[in-house]
Design a binder for this molecule. Structure first.
Ligand code: F6R
Length: 624
């Protein structure tokens, strides 16, 4: 997640780029910048660590304002902390080629090593910067550096250099590139990261999404993966990465710009629920090798010796992140490593039993939660090493932890956490399998089985999301209920808690999550005729017990909504079903949580609640 803008035409490019960046800030806002070509100063660039308003203020009277071509970027850090140096655009050694990029280049370290050997100097810690140096290298090898003024002749060189550079990249990218020597064209490319061209009259636009240019044109072309665009003021041509021309028909966008920021969804929460296939992909990307069943350590750099020597794992987190931690506990234990999980705010006393043999995993979307930070400090004081699972580069937690595993889910705007949660769970699976492999707790063939199934999860989430209509109907039916109960066993118990938390947060109604087997020990007394009980009953070794618990609830008048898969459905007798695809039991929380998030969303929608900004809550809780 980052926001990209590009403009070529006859108007003041910077005004258009900056205005577009303001509309894209929901995609990231830790630093930003613009670059353009001005008649007097040639290639010109300004960046700030901070939000677009700050950039706008410092370039108010800048010569940059005079150019008619430029590119802009607002960043959500993935590689390299938020800072001016790491802000985009990035330039090559001679400050002639300039790039903005969204995505993750998986093989950037390999490429960087090669480029360093050929004398390239890097000014940032980003993966993006290697791309612009690689383009510089390709231009050199095409051996036609040319002089300024002969731009049109150099255009094929520019195109071919970018195309060849792209051939060497692995990962995801949307990028826009400008070369000072070709002042009449912009290049854009897309692979697994969105990029759209806005078609104007005597001007054209590039952006991560249409909200950046809707004010100027409603005609758009969405690039496909593996495509490039040559964007000039009066024309746009499309190519595949082999350099062959492709055709595109434009579409007319009917949204207004607020709708566009939310991707056409009514709320950020719904958009973020739908982004979850991508969130899992981004958390897994570059970390799982499907064929070897191995896990890359590149980014986290956890020494194998540490993994072999620890005696247990202690997870600390708050709220939704705590539920991801609970899932993590089951996963670690399943692979033979003792694990426990605590609310960060309740950890203080337990911190006393922590020592260097216990490995701490702190989970926090924001990386700024005061309770979690405090618990981490206490654990460190007891001699333990800490790994942070977080979504936020440069956050306090990343600075205090010994190791960091980023979830790379992009900014989560909705206060109720959804896509960050799924990223946290995915990170737990990555770690737990990795630990099990290193400690020799599972056979390679088993690891491969888990990895291969994990890699299928994004597609299965998509299939689950396709059930939205059914979930919305069920939610509408129960929208007036004053109490909700969520029950499940074992690894889906945290998901029952998460389902209840989501309803409480955004609908302000009472909801309880319970371990299904515990119901008969007291809480079953609260069931009344017509009470909605959501029961997770996917295929598992506990299924017959869950089926019994469902019968017990029904016998007391509960209206059961059973979350089942294709295979478990026949064992469960319930008046209402929500079906999710079948996966390995241990991975099932990654799917069962989806209908519960949607259910909570539709209940809140029916109640006309302020879904993205629920009362009494803040996105990041920085007090204890
Ligand atoms: C629930 C929610 C909160 C957070 C909790 C921890 O939807 O968003 O419960 O999960 O406040 O926040 P982070 O993960 O930022 O530490």
């Amino acid at each position: 997640m980052c926001g990209i803008t590009g403009y070529i035409g006859e108007k003041a490019a910077t005004d258009i780029l900056v205005d577009g960046l303001k509309r894209l800030e929901y995609r990231g806002y830790d630093s930003c910048g613009v670059a353009g070509i001005t008649p007097k100063h040639g290639l010109y660039l300004k960046r700030v660590s901070g939000r677009v308003d700050a950039l706008d203020a410092i370039i108010a009277k800048d010569p940059l304002r005079k150019g008619v071509i430029g590119i802009g970027h607002t960043r959500w850090a993935t590689h390299g902390v938020p800072s001016e140096d790491n802000a985009h655009p990035h330039t090559d050694c001679d400050n002639q080629v300039v790039i903005v990029h969204n995505g993750i280049i998986e093989n950037y370290l390999e490429i960087k090593e090669k480029l360093l050997k050929t004398g390239h100097k890097f000014k940032s810690e980003t993966d993006t910067e290697i791309v612009v140096h690689l383009i510089e290298e390709k231009i050199k090898s095409l051996n036609k550096t040319g002089k300024s003024g002969d731009g049109d002749l150099l255009e094929p060189v520019f195109f071919e250099a970018v195309r060849r550079a792209i051939e060497e990249l692995r990962g995801s990218f949307a990028m826009t590139i400008l070369w000072a020597k070709c002042p009449n064209m912009l290049l854009a490319a897309r692979q697994h990261s969105p990029l759209v061209i806005g078609l104007g009259d005597g001007e054209n636009f590039i952006a991560s999404d249409v909200s950046a240019f809707l004010k100027h044109t409603k005609k758009a072309v969405f690039l496909n993966d593996g495509e490039m665009a040559v964007v000039k003021k009066d024309s746009v041509k499309y190519f595949n990465f082999k350099g062959n021309k492709v055709e595109h028909a434009s579409v007319t966008i009917q949204w207004d710009s607020t709708m566009a920021e939310k991707g056409g969804y009514k709320h950020f929460m719904l958009k973020e629920i739908h982004e979850q296939p991508e969130s899992v992909e981004n958390t897994l990307r570059g970390r799982l090798l499907p064929l070897k069943g191995d896990i890359l350590q590149q980014e986290i750099n956890l020494p194998s010796e540490l993994i072999r020597n620890i005696k247990g794992v202690q997870i600390i987190a708050c709220g939704t992140a705590y539920h991801a931690g609970m899932v993590g506990r089951y996963v670690f234990e399943n692979f033979g490593l003792p694990a426990s999980v605590d609310f960060a705010s309740e950890f203080s006393d337990r911190a006393k039993i922590i020592n260097k043999d216990i490995f701490i995993i702190a989970v926090s979307q924001s990386g700024e939660t005061a309770d979690t930070l405090y618990a981490v400090r206490e654990a460190k004081a007891s001699g333990a090493k800490v790994l942070a699972i977080t979504n936020t580069l440069g956050s306090t937690l990343t600075r205090e932890a010994d190791f960091v595993l980023y979830t790379h889910c992009g900014p989560e705007i909705g206060v109720a956490s959804t896509k960050a949660f799924i990223g946290q769970m995915a990170a737990m699976y990555v770690l737990a399998i990795h630990f099990a492999v290193i400690r020799g707790n599972i056979f390679d063939a088993d690891a491969r089985k888990y990895v291969n199934e994990l890699l299928k999860i994004p597609r299965l989430i998509e299939a689950t999301l396709a059930n939205e209509g059914v979930i919305s109907d069920v939610a509408d039916h129960f929208a007036k209920s004053e109490h909700f109960l969520f029950i499940a066993r074992h690894i889906n118990f945290p998901i029952a808690l998460e389902g209840a938390l989501k309803i409480k947060e955004i609908s302000y109604v009472h909801a309880e999550g319970y371990a299904a087997g515990e119901m008969k020990h007291g809480p079953i007394a609260i069931i009344y005729k017509g009470m909605p009980v959501l029961a997770i009953a996917t295929t598992s070794k506990m299924l017959s017990l869950v089926a019994n618990n469902i019968e017990e609830a029904k016998a007391r008048g509960a209206e059961v909504i059973a979350i089942v898969d294709e295979d478990s459905r026949e064992f469960i007798k319930a008046p209402r079903y929500i079906v999710v695809p079948r996966t390995l039991e241990i991975l099932s929380p990654l799917l069962t949580v989806i209908p519960l998030q949607l259910f909570a969303y539709f209940i809140a929608l029916a109640k006309k609640c302020d879904i993205d900004k629920p009362r009494n809550l803040a996105k990041s809780v920085t007090v204890r």
